[in-house]
Design a protein around this ligand. Structure first.
Ligand SMILES: [Cu+2]
Length: 468
């Protein structure tokens, strides 16, 4: 991300909105001007200049919504509207979002803050907002039909409540919910502690993002809204690898990552190179006596998790969902398993009638990450990304934690690929090779002595994959 430029534009925009409103008493009584942002770059932390102080979070490929103070209320203005989100370079999707983006901007407040949120509906149908996980008066909970009337098209509703407990939360519609979430309508919410909390540590870097998913036919631009389970695009904040920014930190930083899951399946989130503690869940900060170290934490549907660790190992560490089909982009599930099948001879016959036919899969699918496969326009390749040693063969819910000793405090820019110290990279062994003794004796002892070893290796696995 272009840190300086992004910071300058962002604060210029925020300052204009706030200054414009401060000039007139009548303006203060009215609706706050909505702050919009269309960039997919990770915005620098929004340092609070009004209200109670706190240490801001950084939203991956997102931003925090500026507010205005009005007679003791912290006022925000969300606008629900159709938007276009670039999920990865060259892959643009029609979504529904808030204030120019899907997900909407992160809302950051402090425990005890009195909150007023104006929600303007510019969608083609009614909506509502549910403040997932928070303690609110029942009529502010946002379930249309039960807690409030749905917000009609073109209308603005007002929500008012006190941010009663610190933690990681989410917001999303609770009206035609399946469709509106399938279109990307959602956002993160962080309530910071008012005073030092015994179970909330001070951290040097605090990241947050939502897990979300879409069903987008390759070559098309609009998610299928009636999909229940069979999604094919697995994203963090409506971005897929290599479109997800990396988490860039300074060596020995204490790092917190807040993750919320608004997909329809669970995601085991896995970090390489470090052990972490789950320091918070949907219910708020966890008591230290209940914590244990892990390298993978499962985030179930509708849940939030906060993980914390000290980034004391330098390098580029993979950080991803451990469901292997969630680190791929759209593919056809009807691709048969061809591992171990010898196609030689067959391909020439097929190419006589279909000259473009490419053979894949008989040696695994890594070829797909390396070949320039012809794919429809506006599609993220299934397995993609280039690292300093070649193809990464990933997609979807994949990023990296980049730990550098010379990353400056407060600098979130990408330091580039890690420069490994000499002799610390796995490399080819070129010494003498001896015959494996065990294999030799097994073959000598059995009748299999007559069987060629190649036949033993030539197993074919039938495929009948469907669903997840
Ligand atoms: Cu997953």
């Amino acid at each position: 991300m272009n840190q300086d430029n992004s910071r300058r534009q962002f604060f210029a925009g925020a300052a204009t909105a706030v200054a414009g409103l401060a000039v007139s008493r009548t303006a203060l009584a009215g609706l706050p001007e909505p702050v919009m942002r269309t960039s997919v770059e990770t915005a620098p932390p929004l340092i609070p200049t009004t209200g109670r102080p706190y240490n801001p979070v950084v939203t991956l490929n997102g931003w925090t919504l500026p507010w205005r103070m009005n007679n003791g209320f912290k006022e925000f203005h969300l606008v629900a509207e159709p938007i276009e989100r670039e999920m990865a370079p060259g892959f643009k999707v029609n979504m529904w979002g808030y204030n120019g983006q899907s997900p909407g901007p992160t809302i950051e407040v402090v425990e005890g803050d009195r909150i007023r949120i104006f929600v303007t509906n510019k969608l083609p149908e009614h909506t509502s907002v549910h403040w997932h996980g928070q303690r609110v008066p029942n009529g502010m909970d946002g379930v249309s039909g039960i807690n409030q009337k749905a917000i009609p098209v073109g209308k603005t509703y007002m929500y008012e409540f006190v941010a009663r407990r610190p933690g990681t939360f989410m917001y999303h519609p609770h009206a035609d919910e399946m469709v509106q979430m399938a279109m990307g309508l959602m956002g993160s919410w962080v309530t910071h502690p008012k005073v030092k909390h015994p179970h909330i540590s001070d951290v040097d870097r605090d990241f947050c993002f939502l897990l979300n998913s879409f069903d987008i036919e390759p070559g098309t631009k609009t998610p299928k809204i009636n999909t229940m389970l069979d999604f094919n695009i697995w994203s963090w904040n409506s971005r897929v690898f290599p479109g997800i920014d990396t988490l860039n930190v300074r060596k020995n930083d204490r790092v917190r990552v807040r993750v919320g899951n608004l997909t329809m399946t669970n995601h085991p989130i896995h970090l390489h190179g470090h052990e972490f503690l789950v320091t918070g869940t949907d219910g708020g900060p966890t008591p230290p006596s209940t914590r244990w170290y892990e390298v993978t934490t499962d985030v179930a549907v509708g849940q939030m998790r906060q993980i914390e660790f000290v980034a004391d190992e330098e390098g580029d560490w993979a950080f991803h969902c451990h469901k292997s089909h969630h680190t791929m982009n759209a593919m056809g599930h009807t691709v048969p398993t061809m591992v171990g099948v010898d196609h030689r001879g067959l391909i020439k016959k097929i190419q006589k009638t279909a000259p473009d036919y490419m053979l894949m899969g008989e040696r695994g699918m890594a070829d797909m990450g390396q070949m320039e496969m012809p794919i429809p326009d506006n599609t993220a390749p299934m397995m993609t990304g280039q690292g300093q040693f070649g193809s990464v063969e990933m997609g979807g819910m994949f990023s990296m934690l980049k730990v550098r000793k010379d990353q400056k405090p407060g600098d979130y820019s990408d330091p580039g690929p890690y420069q490994h110290p000499k002799g610390t990279v796995a490399s080819e062994y070129t010494g003498p090779l001896s015959e494996p003794a065990r294999m030799r004796s097994e073959i000598d002892n059995a009748d299999a002595a007559k069987t060629p070893t190649s036949a033993v290796m030539n197993a074919k696995k039938p495929s009948s994959h469907s669903g997840h």
